[in-house]
Design a protein around this ligand. Structure first.
Ligand code: FAD
Length: 395
């Protein structure tokens, strides 16, 4: 390993702290890092951050359960019902994996016609996993892209974010999670390219702490899912924090990705019906004997799962800047930005997404104006400081 490489254990921090794509964490983490070579500083174009470049604010409700997602099969009279819901701030990251495992459970039934309830990322990837096993699949859903929670996602690869309370983890669930995360990580790598809107990008975790703290979710994330990185010290990077830790991360652009999944599903013979289900009994009228429940937060009403609650998140978007080829994430503890919200920026084709909020148990889809102000103002401050500092960096 060369000296510019961060020990792999460090990248856990990125996955839910520095780049808090989902539920923002304020807990410090511990990690070992290798410093950057002092002569090779970071030179990056700053985001043009100002209120007159704001183009929209979007809100989504992450489907969170303190004890983690539900992935299990049950009998509903003659039908096999497989639950696959409650992915919190990690659904975009994990869905290929939990979908794979749900499809495995579906093959226990001898019928090869399946109904998938839900057309967000969990339903669509689950439906594709069934098609790959030879199932004839129909998706039934109240809403389809672009009108799903999945479309409102920041959508970094953040497999542990807003997913589970560590104290509620069971060994059985942990094993399910790790298998799903490995499958999903591999699958997303293979989708990289403009067709699916999946790509690798450098993320800079901005911090004043010389070391990152331990992951909120402990050792949950398998080591091989952590990429290495480089720590830049004072004077080696253009950001207003003491340190900037750079790591390669996977970025998903939801509008491109979800549309591509819909096209793939239809081109493999899938059908989509717009339909709402009010009770589990409604499902009995379906002609399919295999039913996969991918209704996200909808499972609270449909199946009476009261543990399922929203973690409300919102993103404010600036006008896109194609030259911005890096992301940033910052926790609440750095002195330069002095925010109450850990913030992050992800450049996408459809806008430069700014986020950081996670409001537990809040159901409204109305933007939180105070949080919007703070997230945008912190980014204006961040990129103004970067503009000033970047000429100090030596290449
Ligand atoms: C601001 C924000 C940032 C995020 N960042 C990330 C991130 O960086 N990385 C990451 O991995 N995840 C992230 N997430 C989380 C991710 O978006 C969710 O985990 C994921 O979208 C959940 O997908 P889903 O398919 O379960 O739910 P949804 O997308 O909500 O889909 C549910 C589907 O079920 C249907 N449905 C529900 N109830 C019924 C019913 N009764 N009858 C018929 N149909 C029904 C709906 O119409 C919809 O089609 C973020 C979320 C937000 C809001």
């Amino acid at each position: 390993m060369d000296r510019r490489t961060l020990l792999k254990s460090g990248s856990a921090a990125l996955l839910s702290l520095g780049f808090g794509g989902c539920a923002t964490s304020r807990v410090a983490r511990k990690t070992s890092t290798f410093p950057a070579d002092a002569r090779s500083s970071v030179r990056l174009p700053p985001v043009e951050a100002s209120w007159d470049r704001v183009i929209r604010t979007t809100v989504g409700l992450r489907p969170h359960r303190d004890s983690g997602f539900v992935l299990r099969a049950e009998k509903l009279d003659e039908k096999l019902l497989v639950h696959n819901y409650g992915h919190g701030g990690a659904g975009m990251s994990l869905s290929w994996g939990t979908g794979y495992m749900a499809a495995e459970a579906a093959t226990e039934h001898d019928q090869r016609r399946a109904a998938v309830i839900g057309c967000g990322v969990v339903g669509l990837t689950g439906a594709r996993q069934l098609q790959r096993r030879g199932f004839d699949v129909t998706i039934y859903a109240m809403s389809v892209p672009p009108d799903t929670t999945s479309n409102m996602s920041l959508a970094g690869f953040t497999p542990t974010s807003g997913l589970i309370e560590n104290a509620r983890r069971t060994s059985e669930w942990t094993e399910q999670f790790r298998r799903a995360a490995r499958i999903a990580y591999r699958q997303l790598q293979l989708l990289a390219g403009p067709h699916y809107g999946v790509s690798w990008i450098s993320n800079y975790n901005l911090t004043d702490e010389p070391e990152e703290g331990p992951a909120e979710t402990g050792d949950l994330l398998p080591a091989e899912l952590r990429t290495g990185g480089v720590r830049f010290g004072p004077g080696e990077h253009p950001f207003p924090t003491k340190y900037a830790i750079r790591r390669p991360v996977i970025r998903i652009e939801p509008s491109i990705y979800l549309d591509a999944l819909v096209r793939d599903f239809l081109s493999f013979g899938g059908r989509i019906n717009i339909r709402k289900f009010d009770t589990p009994r409604d499902l009995m009228s379906l002609p399919q004997s295999v039913i996969i429940n991918c209704t996200g937060l909808g499972s609270r009403m449909l199946f009476g799962d009261e543990e399922l609650i929203p973690l409300k998140g919102q993103l404010t978007h600036f006008v896109p800047q194609p030259e911005i080829n890096y992301q940033t994430g910052s926790d609440t503890r750095n002195l330069a930005l002095r925010g109450n919200i850990g913030i992050h920026m992800m450049p996408r084709t459809d806008g430069i997404a700014l986020g950081g909020t996670s409001e537990r148990g809040v159901w409204t889809l109305e933007p939180n104006e105070g949080a919007r102000q703070e997230v945008v103002d912190q980014h204006i401050q961040l990129f103004a400081a970067m503009r000033k500092n970047r000429n100090l960096a030596v290449i």
